[in-house]
Design a protein around this ligand. Sequence first.
Ligand code: ZN
Ligand code: ZN
Length: 348
Amino acid sequence: MTGTMEGVCKMAPGPGAEFRTDVPIPSITPDQVLMKVHATAICGTDLHLYAWNEYAATRMKNLPIVFGHETAGEIVEVGANVTGWKVGDRISVETHIPCGHCLQCSIGNPHICDNMKLFGITEPGAFAEYAPVHKDCIVRLDDALTYEQGAMLEAMGAGVHGVEKAQVKDKVVLVSGCGPIGLMVIGACKAHGAKKIIACDLFEEKLERAKIMGADIAVNSRDAQAVFDAVKAHTVSGVDAAIDITGNGKAINTGLKALRKAGIFVSVGLPDGEISVSLTEDIIYREIVYTGVSGRRMFETWEDCMEIIKTPGFSLEPVIGGIYKLEQFEEALAAIRGGVPGKMILKP
Ligand SMILES: [Zn+2]
Ligand SMILES: [Zn+2]
């Protein structure tokens, strides 16, 4: 396919991005398909790319580039080496593009590949009408899902991967942070059979949404003691698992102290720099299992997410903050910065 399209581009190093109507429609390699984009959600990472922090500066080398990676659409062109996919297939996209031959790829962990490329960050992405997608990163969208729900899967997957690691079935779980991913984590804990979910956040509006998603107890964590009191009231000796989506040092320490001995702590949120934790008192002597997640398992977590979305009682409605046209990109960003809850979705 040739011609031009609309797209939101990072034009040069430094803050900002540009909506343009003269972006060349990407030509695909034999290992790619071309996807007509139907919906792309805005990620926290996109805000970093826009602002041009260190993460952006060290990874975004191929400028100008269309960014955006949480997306869903349909295949309109198939590369010569791509089998099993045809024009018209409804798909979503895994952001992590694995090399296929490193140690992690060879032991079944392609999502943490040692030579990973990133769709919409190091490679062209989906804030546009069309996007090139590597054959190893295509996910078939369940017929029951809309494209908007499909665009939520990537971010949901990061949280659900955390839920998988926390092994929440029949457990009391503490979820710290009730932004979009936290809300999906709460819904996923419920769908995975958690016995009780204690949610905490600093904002009452988010705590209200946490209850809608299935949190049994919602506590304002401005005062850590309120969290400990809730944990004490609802457990024998602490929560069985804690999932942190905040990346905040204080929240992580509160979560660790709220855990029972031999509990599991999962970090989904990324701390800004180093944080301080008492290894001796809060991890070693209490035999805490501490782990993190990087993206989603390919593709078990994706299947898990689609099953969760189809679970009766689960709804993504409270998680979607607004739907904007591609050209309203700046308005959507302003809404996020203004604290409007939920994920913002762009549609070409
Ligand atoms: Zn993302
Ligand atoms: Zn690899």
